[in-house]
Design a protein around this ligand. Structure first.
Ligand SMILES: CC(C)(COP(=O)(O)OP(=O)(O)OC[C@H]1O[C@@H](n2cnc3c(N)ncnc32)[C@H](O)[C@@H]1OP(=O)(O)O)[C@@H](O)C(=O)NCCC(=O)NCCS
Length: 196
């Protein structure tokens, strides 16, 4: 198993890299992703093929960091995924001039299943991704959080991320079938200022 570290008796964090590992955890990620993002604060309707497509895309990118938190060796209860910002063209375009795009890493996805929250797993998945970023290439990290009140904004701020004062409207189908936009705020950190 591609064990990164054990969190407690039940949960371990795995780093997914090989084609076999990607295939092994695809279905678990797909279910967790759909469940987490159909709830607060996003309420998105995500079809299985979309979630699977997201996994296939993210795991295929160069220099990706794909972490899954697994319970008892089989159930995916959380994930944290990142990749160079250059792979996220719309965000890179919007932030060009504010940050050095070739030297910025993007934290693309973070989620923890409801029953496993507030035990430190979310913070751990952020810290693990921070530790794995290649600091000889990347000086900055950026990410987006929902602008509506939710725990992720405070969590990232307490870890040293700054609110850039820049936002983006993201369109998605919601669980009630309507297509609406919601606002995402950009947070940024300079890696050398939060990891010594
Ligand atoms: C954001 C998220 C990953 C946090 O996961 P988690 O495992 O609960 O995180 P942690 O247990 O490490 O908690 C992180 C901090 O948030 C606080 N927190 C978490 N949930 C909270 C809640 N519902 N209300 C108040 N505070 C909360 C914790 O107390 C903790 O603060 P502390 O470290 O100062 O004590 C999880 O809530 C989630 O998956 N949300 C939906 C998806 C999402 O918003 N993803 C992030 C943007 S892509």
């Amino acid at each position: 198993m591609p064990l990164l570290h054990r969190v407690d008796d039940e949960i371990e964090v795995l780093r997914i890299e090989t084609p076999e590992e990607i295939a092994r955890w695809r279905a678990g990620f797909t279910g967790a992703y759909q469940t987490i993002f159909s709830d607060e604060p996003y309420f998105e309707r995500i079809y299985p093929n979309e979630a699977e497509g997201r996994w296939n895309k993210l795991t295929s990118l160069t220099e990706t960091t794909t972490l899954v938190a697994v319970r008892n060796g089989s159930q995916v209860v959380g994930f944290g995924i990142g990749h160079p910002l250059r792979h996220k063209a719309d965000v890179a375009r919007q932030l060009a001039g504010l940050i050095p795009v070739p030297h910025t890493y993007y934290f693309a996805e973070l989620g923890v299943m409801h029953d496993f929250r507030t035990r430190g797993l979310g913070r751990q998945l952020v810290q693990d991704r921070l530790n794995l970023v290649d600091k000889s290439t990347y000086s900055h990290i950026i990410l987006r959080v929902a602008a509506s009140k939710n725990p992720s904004y405070d969590m990232y701020r307490s870890m040293g991320f700054e609110d850039m004062g820049v936002y983006m409207e993201v369109q998605a189908m919601r669980i009630d079938g309507r297509v609406t936009t919601d606002r995402r705020l950009f947070l940024c950190c300079v890696i050398s200022q939060i990891i010594r």
